[in-house]
Design a protein around this ligand. Structure first.
Ligand code: ACO
Length: 355
């Protein structure tokens, strides 16, 4: 029997996170998302995820300082090449910058990789906008430093909530890719690059950029129901809706919506997005009555990152700033406890494929 898409196939035991698709609950190392998002900093959750996977992991305060140092190290290692990298789309350039870091397995290797998307993305965006990069300030918190490196003022708490909300999520496609590479005993950079490759696609981490396009087109047309019905009728997928695991609302959507609501000047855009969401859910219910297609994490991600000041083309790179914490923990867990991942395929004739 072929398990196309590997639905319901269990290939790893993990202490890191649990996604309960029926109940709509996400647990990260024993804590519900509600206990973490907006309450714990990204660095505290990084500490939670990495416990037991690095023998020299310091306490959360020292880890926060070490992550600041790692940001400075990433900048020093990549600054000379950034103008050249900035000619590529920001996600590809960020990934190429991360590939300049070492492929080791130590805590310092992991910290530099965890820092890489956070340092490279704002620097590349500033170069692409004709400006100059702002070097990291190791004394700041991670999210606050990202906002500062972007040249923005405000939104650090919302970004911190976002990074925590997306830090880990079971065996999603990018985490699985990272674990497959880790199972070969390749270094941590190779696992992160695998994760970055998988995250890029619109069915995974590439959805929030197109959500802004969707919202803008709907605003211009002035009739959400008509726009959404036409898109579904044309066979398009509505970005920000549906999920492989959740059969109810994605709990991350509400965590992010709450963070957006706290941002100044977001009320009008939030009210508009809520109205579009209501229409989209009605259109999807009519389109696929037998399938629960609910709002996923990406819908309010788009709103939050837009309000913090990121351009839509950078949203997936910002997703990587958070998810890299989980990839690195999973890569260590896989390398320490797992077995080489090597599934089977069935050999078929061309005629069978065509049939
Ligand atoms: N809009 C319209 N139709 C949809 C949507 C959607 N957003 N999602 C699923 N469907 C339809 C599919 O076309 C399919 O119809 P079919 O049976 O006639 O072919 C049916 O619902 C089931 O779709 P599947 O592909 O089996 O659903 P799956 O669970 O594999 O897909 C996925 C999940 C990829 C997220 C899908 O819902 C989707 O494409 N959503 C839009 C993209 C998106 O929001 N991606 C971000 C996901 S969250 C994350 O990865 C961080």
């Amino acid at each position: 029997m072929i398990h196309n898409g590997l639905d319901d196939i269990i290939v790893a035991a993990t202490v890191l996170s649990d996604v309960d698709g029926a109940a709509g609950q996400l647990v990260i190392r024993g804590h519900s998302l509600d206990e973490l998002a907006g309450r714990q900093s990204f660095e505290q959750v990084l500490h939670l995820l990495w416990q037991g996977f690095f023998p020299d992991l310091p306490d959360p305060a020292a880890l926060t300082a070490r992550l600041g140092t790692a940001r400075a190290e990433v900048y020093a290692a990549t600054a000379a090449l950034l103008p050249q990298l900035a000619r590529r789309p920001v996600y590809d350039a960020m990934r190429a910058g991360a590939a300049l870091l070492g492929d080791g397995t130590t805590l310092d290797d992991a910290l530099r990789l965890a820092a890489a998307p956070a340092v490279l993305t704002p620097a590349l965006l500033r170069l692409q906008a004709g400006g100059t990069p702002l070097p990291p300030d190791p004394a700041l918190g991670h999210a606050a430093d990202v906002v500062r490196m972007l040249g923005r003022d405000g939104g650090a708490a919302a970004l911190d909530t976002y990074l925590v909300t997306v830090c880990d999520h079971g065996l999603n496609a990018s985490t699985f890719a990272a674990r497959v590479v880790a199972s070969t005993q390749a270094g941590l950079m190779s696992s992160v690059l695998a994760g970055l490759g998988a995250l890029k696609g619109p069915l995974h981490g590439g959805a929030p950029g197109p959500i802004i396009t969707m919202l803008d087109e709907i605003a211009a047309e002035g009739d959400a129901r008509r726009w959404l019905e036409r898109a579904v009728h044309d066979g398009e997928r509505l970005m920000g809706f549906g999920h492989r695991i959740y059969r109810t609302r994605d709990p991350r959507a509400d965590a992010l919506k709450a963070a957006v609501a706290k941002l100044p000047k977001s009320a009008g855009r939030l009210a508009f997005a809520e109205a579009v969401e209501r229409e989209a859910l009605a259109v999807l219910a009519a389109h696929k009555p037998g399938r629960v297609l609910q709002t996923n994490v990406e819908f309010y991600t788009a709103l939050l990152l837009e309000a913090v000041g990121f351009p839509a083309e950078a949203f997936t790179a910002v997703f990587a700033m958070g998810r890299v914490a989980g990839w690195l923990a999973h890569a260590r867990e896989q390398a320490l406890t797992g077995r080489l991942i090597r599934p089977q395929s069935v050999y078929v004739s061309e005629e069978q494929v065509a049939a």
